[in-house]
Design a binder for this molecule. Structure first.
Ligand code: ADP
Ligand code: ZN
Ligand code: ZN
Length: 814
């Protein structure tokens, strides 16, 4: 008898074992997608992790119901990677599977309600809502949840369904359905009988009385000649003909329709264009990287902004592709990097695939399959593309490796793409290149320790000088009454000069919206979100107050809820306000704003970048979004409106992050012709980080910060596990945190910090408590603590009063 351990797309602590029916024995393998029952009614698709002959001791196995594909959907490398992820990041393999598998490969069962004929048709016992559903069921015999929602015209229908089940009006059953659909397209063919020009003559006569059909036929003949293939939708659109006219030609057996399966993800033509040369310094760096890879798995490329790292990547990718294997190119946020995509496509054409969260579920399945088959040779993607089923990786490039968005926050698996990439590459014996102008302290430390190799590129491409930085003292400017809105005289003058000389300007402010909060000037009251412990941001454009934590929008508040006076004023400033003030100060300038509010679709972002490249925008105002990897020729001025807000987060990484951000945004200035300029407005002009930024001195920043980290045992000198505890009731969450910490303290001593309420102590109606565990870098000890934590977590949630407490461990999560 054979058994299979199956990973289900659920947060289950253990994988279930199922019996393999004899007819599947020969074909089932690790990686096979199977349908299995769970509990009394549910069915799921899962992935086979292992096939063996060991019956589980604790329960009687059920048989696997179905095998969905002929071949496994993942390779053993992915199964090994998922296991590591679950273990290291303290989640379940099901969580990883859930994140990895495109929704359409994950058919879970859909609930179907069936009418219980034994109930009869006496509906007098039912209330109004129950009656509506019962009546519909009586007529239609079965309903899906979505249909019940339509009948009741509301989305929360579960209470009604529950009562109908209790009253035995309906039964429930679960149906499995495959969601991925192949896309088909109607191709138009010419009846092969018309194989010569001569054979057309009678046709043209026949159609003389149907000029529209004749026109359509001629259009068809033209397209088939020029493009080789003609698709129905395109033909109708381009010729302006109607489907009735097409149908007439088909009925006359002149044209034929052939329905074919087509891919949604079109792979362009493979035409490789590598017509550029590296500069001597770039060439040297590339040679150094090659040499490093002979000795080490990971190399850190520390190259200043605009040193031409991308060009080095291109040459390296080219070399690795020659091995016949695959390359993965990871970027922090793919939707924001249209420019890089275009640059790479120019070099690698149709061998390159792109993957990110904005793809449709059907498209994801197709990319999944193309990565698995090896048709996609280079994949460019955000962190989630690490979870694709690569066949044989040779190289992973992780650009902007310092970027915090490589860490997944929610939901599990809460992985760091850099660390996970290094593990994943190891499974393939592939190399990893980390690139950044401002490496994370962790990576630079690892490089100095010799764990990674280090290659440095200190010079901008084309020998252009690093931008000159000027710090403007906001206190002084305010005292001299030189400030106009949030603009110092220095910043105004410089913007003016840039515009005069036909250059472009980028302005950075790390808050979106108009004003981060409202304040009652009479009593000091600040309106907060009802569900979260945060102030509401005023968005003037929509005249609404937004909660940036839960997304709730509120109407503007005119009257103070505390004192009743009408003295609420917007405080502090976001990008929307900057944009408005700029328009007033520079009425002639063409101004655009790039933040999450302005850039809703990937298309609008693309368009904005195009406008900038074409010189149709003079000033770009934005948040973090303007920082990442953009390369514009004509930007010669960058302004940071308030450095203070970057330097005042209560976080041990605050200085590192502020330096990275300022250095990166500065790096957008003066990339092509001539040195650029950067103006940083600050109240606290003596902050050491500002000094490091002014000198572009990464190493000095590193030296200062690493000493602090060592002194306070922060990463890279320790590993941090952050534990968050959530509950709707504050006393419950406080008590749960206390109990858990009392259990942990004897084992951890000073390595346990907290519990305490985090800065934002309530989100979406849940109260929070946090604790940190700081562990030495000793993998045995860390594994031991993780096992202990798991046990304490389940012990806690077994207790009745803590049953609905949510405990979330986040490894390396600060
Ligand atoms: P980084 O990623 O290091 O900030 P980029 O790769 O964006 O720098 O390069 C900066 C600019 O210099 C880009 O516009 C790029 O096209 C150009 N560049 C870099 N290296 C070369 C080269 N070898 N030949 C031509 N242009 C180059
Ligand atoms: Zn008030
Ligand atoms: Zn909220």
């Amino acid at each position: 008898m054979k058994y299979a351990d199956v990973i289900l797309p659920l947060a289950l602590p253990r994988n279930y074992t199922y019996a393999v029916p004899p007819e599947m024995e020969a074909s089932i393998q690790p990686g096979s997608r199977v349908a299995v029952p769970l509990g009394r009614q549910k069915k799921y698709t899962g992935i086979v992790k292992a096939v063996h002959e060991q019956a589980p001791a604790a329960y009687k196995t059920k048989p696997i119901m179905d095998m969905m594909d002929k071949e496994p959907v993942v390779y053993p490398a992915q199964l090994a990677f998922w296991e590591w992820m679950a273990q290291y990041y303290m989640c379940n393999e099901g969580d990883v599977l859930n994140a990895a598998l495109p929704a359409h490969l994950k058919l879970s069962s859909e609930t179907v309600l069936l009418y219980n004929d034994a109930f009869g048709d006496d509906f007098t016992m039912l209330d109004e809502h129950e009656y509506l559903v019962a009546e519909a069921l009586h007529i239609r015999k079965e309903l899906r949840i979505g249909e019940v929602q339509m009948v009741l015209d509301r989305s929360d229908v579960y209470s009604v369904i529950k009562k109908l089940i209790e009253k035995k009006v309906c039964l429930v059953y679960e149906e499995l359905k495959e969601a991925y659909k192949e896309k088909t397209e109607n191709f138009i063919l010419l009846n092969p009988a018309y194989d010569s020009d001569a054979s057309f003559a009678p046709l043209f006569d026949e159609l003389a009385r149907a000029p529209k059909q004749l026109e359509l036929l001629l259009a068809y003949l033209h397209f088939i000649k020029t493009q080789g293939e003609v698709v129905q939708s395109e033909l109708l659109k381009k010729s302006g003909a109607s489907s009735a006219q097409l149908k007439a030609l088909v009925d006359k057996n002149i044209l034929q329709i052939d329905k074919r399966i087509v891919g949604r993800v079109r792979m362009g033509k493979v035409e490789v264009q590598l017509n550029f040369d590296l500069s001597p310094v770039q060439e040297k760096a590339l040679a150094a990287i090659r040499a490093c890879f002979t000795e080490k798995q990971v190399t850190l490329l520390h190259g200043v902004t605009s040193s031409g790292k991308t060009e080095i990547y291109v040459k390296l990718i080219e070399e690795y592709l020659a091995t016949g294997k695959q390359v993965l190119y990871l970027l922090p946020e793919i939707a924001l990097t249209a420019q890089i995509i275009r640059r790479l496509q120019k070099h690698f054409g149709g061998q390159i695939g792109i993957y990110h969260s904005r793809f449709s579920n059907n498209e994801r399945v197709e990319i999944w399959n193309k990565v698995k088959s090896g048709e996609i040779r280079i994949l460019l993607g955000a962190r989630s593309s690490l979870l694709l089923p690569f066949r044989d990786l040779a190289l992973i490039i992780l650009d902007e490796e310092h970027d915090a968005s490589f860490k997944q926050q929610d939901p599990a698996p809460r992985y760091h793409a850099r660390d996970a990439a290094i593990y994943y590459a190891g499974l393939f014996k592939a190399k990893v290149l980390l690139g950044s102008a401002t490496p994370s302290l962790e990576s630079y430390y690892n490089a100095l320790q010799g764990k990674y190799a280090l290659v440095e590129l200190q010079e901008r491409y084309g020998g252009i000088a690093m931008p000159a930085i000027e710090i403007v003292d906001l206190k002084k400017e305010t005292a001299l009454k030189e400030m106009v809105h949030n603009f110092s005289s220095v910043l105004r003058q410089n913007i003016h000069q840039s515009l005069q000389s036909g250059k472009q300007v980028i302005l950075f402010q790390n808050r979106r919206g108009y004003a981060p909060f409202l304040l009652c000037t009479t009593c000091g009251w600040i309106p907060n979100c009802k569900q979260c412990d945060v102030s509401l941001t005023y968005h003037k454009h929509q005249d609404k107050l937004h909660c940036h934590y839960c997304g709730t929008r509120y109407p503007y508040i005119y009257t103070c809820a505390a004192c009743g006076s009408q003295t609420l004023v917007p405080k502090n400033f976001g990008t929307e306000k900057i944009e408005e003030d700029l328009q007033e100060l520079f009425p002639e300038a063409r101004i655009a704003r790039m933040d999450m509010d302005a850039i809703r679709s990937k298309d609008s972002h693309n368009k904005m970048i195009q406008l900038l490249e074409d010189g149709e925008i003079d000033i770009l105002v934005g948040t973090q979004m303007v920082v990442k990897g953009l390369d514009f020729q004509r930007v010669n001025l960058v302004g940071i409106l308030s450095a203070d807000s970057l330097l005042s987060y209560p976080d041990f990484r605050v200085n590192e992050r502020a330096f990275q951000l300022m250095e990166q945004v500065s790096g957008r200035s003066g990339r092509r012709d001539g040195q650029g300029k950067v103006i940083i407005q600050a109240s606290n002009t003596r902050h050491p980080v500002l000094e490091f930024v002014t000198q572009h001195n990464y190493k000095a920043m590193y030296a200062a910060e690493i000493a602090e980290r060592e002194q306070f045992a922060y990463p890279p000198f320790s590993r941090i596990i952050k534990i968050t505890i959530r509950h709707k009731k504050q006393p419950t969450v406080n008590e749960a945190a206390l109990v858990l910490s009392n259990w942990l303290r004897p084992h951890l001593g000073a390595q346990l910090v907290g519990p305490a309420a985090p800065l934002v102590s309530k989100v979406r109606d849940f109260y929070l408590q946090e604790m940190l565990i700081k562990l030495p870098r000793d993998s045995r000890r860390i594994a031991q603590v993780k096992t202990m934590l798991r046990e304490f977590f389940s012990q806690l949630t077994i207790e009745k009063q803590f049953r609905s407490v949510v405990i979330t461990p986040d490894v390396d999560g600060v």
